[in-house]
Design a protein around this ligand. Structure first.
Ligand code: MG
Ligand code: MG
Length: 635
């Protein structure tokens, strides 16, 4: 599998782009003419620079408004093409993209276009180059790959081929199965892009909202399965026009791009086992059956405060690490909820504490096979995490995650870590407060990073993302998107993550990122089967819930037609409520711990699938009231 990416997909000047593309492991680049024109160097120098990075130029583009012109414009188009072919010789590339004409002067006619391409094929041959024809979704006469293929077929010239672009085909909802009838050797290059489903002008959608395969809503896998069936074995090239990417980090966008291609081809290989698709072998996407633990880094003083809060939630200190300053708090039957508090003065936890303050820096996921999980993550370019171990300590496989955090993988064999590395604490275990499991983990990040982490989670794990929703913070929008494992989506135990992208620092989420210097886990939600009993038990233990404004329940009573006694039961305990087609949801929150971290308690009844999103503005308002004295701007 040969991977390529268009220079237009990432930010920076040409030199920065090439460095980022090479570092991410691509084989080639599409050079956009504008990137070349803006660069202070000759075509030969640009070509040499590309090759110095170990890359090849897979394509030079774009060449517009070529086919179907009357004279004298037709002769002018050939003259322009000749100049570009000479430039391509200097750059050292042999393929040029010609997109279907949008010129009002173009006459149309498949045979006229084919005749133009046949003549251009002779000119290309004389220069030792090839041309590929791409149907733009908004092309004047040709806007469908089937018509572009017919032009290429009738041109019947070895130097003229077809270029397929997933966006142009999928945006127009053209049946991808039609690609299977095209000979693979007549396809000169395949361009790939995804996009979120938005109903808008095709050109505007394409130029601003494309994203990496797997980040959007288009069936790029279906498109690529059809391409693979043709026998095409040339480069797979990302051509992503996205305003955010053009302002983002070139390195991380390039890494995302390469990850998206490897993940895509792995999916295609699994979906088309009869085709010999050359993709690095790796384990299939990993099923996650739950969160085994969450680990906090803290100093001793804050660890005490955290411990008091955990006690008030019914957790018991059950074990301490044999060699390190690490304590385990537990609640619930079976494997239950494990919260680890690490106050070591060395190692990664300590570094994390120094940077972020007390924070939930690590998550342990329950998987069937920890080693296989790391193998897949590594194949997808994730950063492997390893720490030096003391004698007798287990090597728990891990990778780096959002916000510089760590994700550990615990399979059944590794779950022995609790017995091997930890010494039970003699104190008796309390009766708890009915908290059973971790319902979800909420991670906050800058909005620009959301797609990166969505792709990360959905490529490595057997999870799917929900549509993005906007959460209104009085100071700005926070975008929220849910990632759930198949099991969790079916209502069972599994992985549920809510990712929140903050656009500015004045929102609660943005405040949390700024004040914790980019920490990611902003809240943890625990599940109970009886939220009223849990709330009462926690109140008896000294837990202080987040106080919600009284107006909320008046509105709720009206909205859901609650009887006054029920409303009072909720109001009394600061429990919020939501409903969907499947069932009911109850939730209450703790107060802020540090700079905006908090705990949440939830009860799902029936088949409720959501996270109480309609209640988020009330929660945020209450939290902002609580932290305003510490310098939060009034909004
Ligand atoms: Mg294209
Ligand atoms: Mg929540």
């Amino acid at each position: 599998m040969k991977t390529s990416i268009a220079t237009v997909s990432i930010s920076g000047d040409l030199r920065e782009k090439l460095a980022a593309i090479a570092a991410a492991g691509f084989d080639g680049v599409e050079i956009f003419e504008n990137d070349f024109l803006a660069f202070d160097g000759s075509p030969e120098e640009v070509g040499a620079m590309v090759r110095d990075h170990g890359l090849e130029i897979t394509l030079f583009q774009p060449f517009r408004d070529f086919e179907g012109l009357p004279e004298p414009q037709r002769a002018g188009a050939f003259e322009r093409a000749k100049r570009k072919f000479e430039l391509m010789n200097q750059l050292g590339t042999d393929l040029m993209l010609i997109c279907s004409s949008v010129s009002p002067a173009a006459l149309g006619g498949i045979d006229r276009a084919a005749a133009d391409f046949r003549a251009l094929g002779d000119l290309a041959k004389a220069h030792g180059v090839r041309v590929g024809y791409e149907a733009l979704a908004w092309g004047r006469h040709v806007n469908d790959h089937r018509d572009a293929w017919e032009v290429v077929r009738r041109a019947d010239h070895a130097n003229v081929g077809l270029i397929l672009d997933s966006f142009h085909t999928l945006a127009r909802k053209i049946d991808v199965e039609t690609i299977r009838a095209i000979p693979g050797d007549r396809i000169f290059i395949v361009q790939l892009a995804d996009a979120p489903k938005i109903d808008m002008d095709l050109l505007y959608w394409s130029r601003h909202f494309r994203n990496m395969p797997g980040e959007g809503d288009l069936d790029v896998t279906g498109f690529m399965r059809a391409v693979a069936a043709t026998g095409y074995d040339g480069p797979l090239s990302l051509e992503i026009f996205n305003d955010q990417f053009r302002g983002g980090s070139p390195r991380s966008i390039a890494v995302d791009g390469r990850r998206s291609l490897v993940n895509l081809m792995d999916q295609v290989r699994r979906a088309e086992p009869a085709l010999a698709i050359p993709v690095p072998d790796m384990p299939d996407r990993i099923a996650v059956s739950g969160v085994e633990f969450v680990e906090f880094a803290a100093d001793e003083h804050e660890a005490e405060e955290l411990g008091a809060l955990l006690s008030a939630m019914g957790f018991s200190l059950v074990a301490r690490h044999r060699n390190r300053d690490v304590a385990v708090w537990r609640q619930g039957d079976g494997r239950g909820i494990n919260l680890v508090v690490n106050t070591s003065q060395e190692g990664f936890a300590h570094s994390s504490y120094v940077v972020h303050g007390t924070n939930a820096y690590a998550i342990g996921l329950r998987v069937a096979d920890g080693a296989a999980t790391v193998a897949r993550a590594r194949a997808l370019g994730a950063e492997i995490f390893a720490e030096s171990r003391g004698p007798g300590e287990l090597a728990v496989p891990a990778i780096r995650g959002v916000g510089g955090g760590v994700i550990y993988f615990i399979d059944d064999a590794l779950a022995r870590v609790w017995d091997i590395e930890f010494e039970p604490v003699a104190d008796q275990v309390g009766e708890g407060a009915g908290l059973r499991d971790i319902d979800h983990v909420a991670q906050t990040m800058n909005y620009e990073e959301m797609l990166t982490w969505l792709l990360f989670y959905t490529a490595i794990f057997r999870t799917a993302k929900s549509p993005m929703v906007d959460v209104v913070d009085p100071a700005g929008l926070v975008r929220s998107q849910v990632v759930e494992s198949d099991e969790a989506r079916g209502g069972g135990a599994g992985l549920r993550l809510t990712l929140n992208g903050a656009e500015n620092r004045r929102t609660l989420a943005g405040h949390f990122i700024a004040e914790s210097f980019g920490s990611s886990v902003q809240h943890l939600a625990f599940a109970t089967d009886d939220i009223f009993a849990t709330a009462d038990r926690m109140a008896a233990l000294g837990f202080k819930p987040l106080e919600i404004t009284a107006n909320y329940w008046d509105d709720l009573e009206a909205r859901f037609g609650l009887d006054p006694a029920t409303t009072e039961r909720l109001r009394h305990r600061n429990i919020l409520c939501d409903r969907d087609a499947g069932g009911e949801f109850f939730q209450f929150y703790g107060q802020n711990f540090g700079e905006g971290f908090f705990f949440e308690i939830v009860e799902r009844r029936g088949g409720y699938r959501g996270y109480g999103a309609p209640n988020a503005p009330f929660r945020i308002a209450a939290q902002k009231r609580a932290i305003r004295p510490k310098g939060m701007p009034r909004v």
